[in-house]
Ligand binder design. Structure first.
Ligand SMILES: O=P(O)(O)OC[C@H](O)CO
Length: 205
């Protein structure tokens, strides 16, 4: 059992370490999508903005499935279920890989897309991914937080207590807590230029 956890955690980390936006840029000899951006993030937003539709789609699919697949395979190819606490480590590994990638001097992205990939792999346990999506929508459309940096930070911070209130098993809860914590640490240690925080309810716009 321990061997499987270690193996899939390692596979997840290595898979997460592949930054698909940078892979696309390398394959098609484009200019780096991080350069002309505020946050220099090798994520989906900059891939669409600076690399175009194909680059954005490639990054979205790649960054999502690089997290989805290791978790999904762990759950379906080994005899372990989500009731094993090792599942929490397997869930967070691709997100850590994306944030601190082995193949890119440990300088990666924020982990948003990979967090959705990892949480999608545990379906039909739907509560964590549904709560995360609802929080993103809430802070984007109802209580509008700007800029993106703070919207993401607040979303994952609020996600933490939400997870604790969910009636889900301990390993899934721990995995979701680890994912949110990794992203919060990444954001809080980010040196990107931050615009002023603003929060405006939709009914005051
Ligand atoms: O968190 P990432 O690195 O997957 O990037 C996602 C979005 O591009 C952030 O705006």
């Amino acid at each position: 059992m321990l061997t499987d956890v270690v193996l899939y955690t390692l596979i997840g980390y290595l898979s997460g370490s592949v930054l698909y936006s940078l892979l696309y840029v390398k394959m098609f000899k484009l200019s780096d999508i991080r350069i002309n951006s505020r946050d220099h993030n090798p994520g989906v937003a900059n891939a669409f903005k600076n690399g175009g539709f194909a680059c954005g789609t490639f990054t979205l699919v790649g960054d999502f499935f690089k997290a989805f697949l290791p978790v999904y395979l762990y759950l379906h190819l080994t005899s372990h279920s989500l009731s094993s606490i090792g599942a929490a480590l397997v869930m967070v590994a691709p997100v850590i890989g994306h944030i601190y990638p082995l193949f890119h001097d440990f300088k990666g992205g924020k982990g948003i897309t990979s967090s959705f990939g990892s949480l999608a792999a545990i379906l039909p346990i739907w509560q964590p991914i549904a709560f995360l999506a609802i929080l993103f929508l809430f802070f984007s459309c109802i209580l509008v937080i700007k800029p993106n940096y703070y919207r993401t930070l607040v979303t994952y911070i609020v996600f933490l207590p939400c997870i604790l209130t969910l009636n889900i098993n301990v390993s899934v809860g721990t995995g979701a807590l680890l994912i949110a914590s990794a992203i919060i640490v990444r954001l809080l240690t980010s040196k990107e230029h931050k615009e002023e925080f603003s929060m405006e309810p939709i009914w005051k716009r």
